[in-house]
Design a protein around this ligand. Structure first.
Ligand code: SF4
Ligand code: SF4
Length: 455
């Protein structure tokens, strides 16, 4: 029988009770072992081992931690494969204008009298994803709206309505399942709210928490409070049983109230999970002085909020720590996204939505041309699509590598001037500490349940 060796991607965590946790992300496995087993694994790594002569290692063979060397996965980076850019999903950014002045707005929305998205551009974008869906026989396509500014603002609502109607017609014609979603600040008229509830399949609402936090961090353009308007939107969606999500941005001031934010969300919403994301200092932060929470504070209060969430029966999510979602690329910015900004340019990252942003050199991957339709920069798309975790030198030994996958491309680029150098990424501490917490939690739950320790 061939000698067995530990899989390449294996992390060993000491626990408080003197045992060790083995975490093998590619095998979706967490196992609690003693120090003798850790020593046996170290020697197996050097010389290989025959499990028949070491029966105590048999459980590690069964969960795949010990395997024949040739079978050890060296890479799962399917995203790095060359493939044609044929998006079946488009997100339109109708405007840079906004009715709020959030102190940290990444898009600095609402300041400039810039042009809004034109109908011929929106229509061409929808045609493109429908044609791709037909060509690829995917049977589904999706249309989304996002900032720039507030995508459901009254001045661009006509183009949003036309886009939704046109998209739905096209889906029906080609027998495609069409999904429509939008991000929003949730501040609009009753008439708009009713139309949105009826026509947008999923809404992702930004609400920073209880009244004081929301009104301080997300005031209206004239400085008035926005809390009542957003809560009214949530109540309406609840009453009409609509699909929506709640997301709070956590600042240096609000980090201490993460548990209160979860309790508040639970009070107003029947959703089963809520999204809490630490602020990244960009856009308007540089004029308002809005600050990100320290890593240690965010980790401490995120864990506290997770515990409160468990008591309340709701999940608390953070984008770079998704234990059950294994990935080799952080998000679709790796040359998969098709986001159309108000000028008709195409970006692969929502955060980089203006040509004046120096990062547009990397993330702007195409533009609309009145004669040729959308024209894409294939070289840029190929360059972005190569950004997978197996090519990131400073992530190689990181325990969060298959859940964080090198983290947000735009934030890493801002910090280092490149896509691959994560040494200055401020979120690494958060990502790694929360990952260790999740692994330990999983192990303790499985121990408690006396079940096999497999993620
Ligand atoms: S609602 Fe969104 S787009 Fe508007 S100011 Fe706030 S963060 Fe910016
Ligand atoms: S080193 Fe940082 S960016 Fe890289 S995977 Fe780990 S947490 Fe993410």
């Amino acid at each position: 029988m061939a000698k067995l060796k530990p899989v390449k991607e294996l992390f060993v965590l000491p626990t408080e009770n003197g045992s060790f946790l083995l975490y093998a992300p590619l095998n979706r496995c967490v196992a609690e072992v003693n120090s003798a087993t850790v020593s046996a694994l170290k020697s197996a790594a050097r010389e290989g081992v025959d499990s028949e002569t070491h029966p105590q290692l048999q459980p590690l063979v069964e969960c795949g931690i010990l395997d024949e060397e040739k079978k050890t996965p060296s890479s799962t980076c399917e995203n790095g494969r060359k493939r044609e850019y044929l998006p079946t999903s488009v997100t339109l950014m109708p405007t840079y204008k906004c009715n709020l002045r959030c102190v940290y707005c990444y898009a600095n929305a609402g300041l400039d009298a810039e042009k809004d998205l034109e109908w011929n551009v929106a229509k061409a974008a929808i045609d493109l994803v429908i044609n791709n869906a037909v060509k690829l026989k995917t049977k589904h396509a999706s249309l989304g709206f996002h900032g720039g500014g507030e995508p459901l603002l009254a001045c661009v609502l006509p183009i949003v309505k036309m886009s939704v109607a046109y998209f739905r017609d096209a889906c029906a014609k080609h027998e495609l399942k069409g999904q429509v979603n939008s991000a929003t600040n949730g501040v609009f008229s009753q008439e708009t709210l009713e139309w949105v509830a009826e026509n947008i399949g999923h809404l992702n609402i930004s609400l920073d928490g209880p009244e004081v936090i929301q009104n301080t961090q997300r005031p209206k353009a004239g400085g008035q409070p926005s809390f009542d308007a957003v809560v009214r939107t949530v109540k309406y969606l609840e009453e009409h049983k609509k699909d929506y999500g709640l997301r709070a941005t956590i600042t240096r001031e609000s980090v201490f109230y993460m548990s209160d934010i979860v309790r508040f969300f639970k009070q107003i919403s029947s959703n089963k999970s809520f999204h809490l994301e630490p602020l990244a200092e960009t856009g308007r932060c540089f004029t308002t002085g809005a600050k990100a929470p320290s890593s240690s504070d965010f980790v401490k209060y995120a864990i506290e909020a997770r515990k409160v969430g468990e008591e309340l029966g709701v999940g608390v999510d953070y984008s770079a720590c998704r234990l059950h979602e294994f990935t080799t690329a952080f998000c679709g910015a790796v040359g998969r996204n098709f986001f159309v900004v108000p000028t008709g340019d195409v970006t692969s990252c929502l955060e980089v939505c203006r040509k004046s942003d120096p990062r547009s050199n990397v993330f702007f991957i195409g533009t609309y041309d009145a004669n040729d339709g959308f024209v894409f920069d294939k070289e840029k798309i190929a360059r972005l699509s190569e950004r997978t975790i197996d090519k990131m030198p400073y992530c190689a030994d990181c325990i969060a590598k298959f859940t964080c996958a090198g983290d947000c491309l735009a934030k890493v680029y801002s910090a280092s001037g490149g896509l691959y150098d994560t040494r200055n990424n401020k979120r690494c501490g958060i990502n790694q500490d929360l990952m260790v917490y999740e692994i330990k939690l999983l192990a303790s739950r499985r121990n408690h349940d006396n079940k096999q320790l497999t993620a």
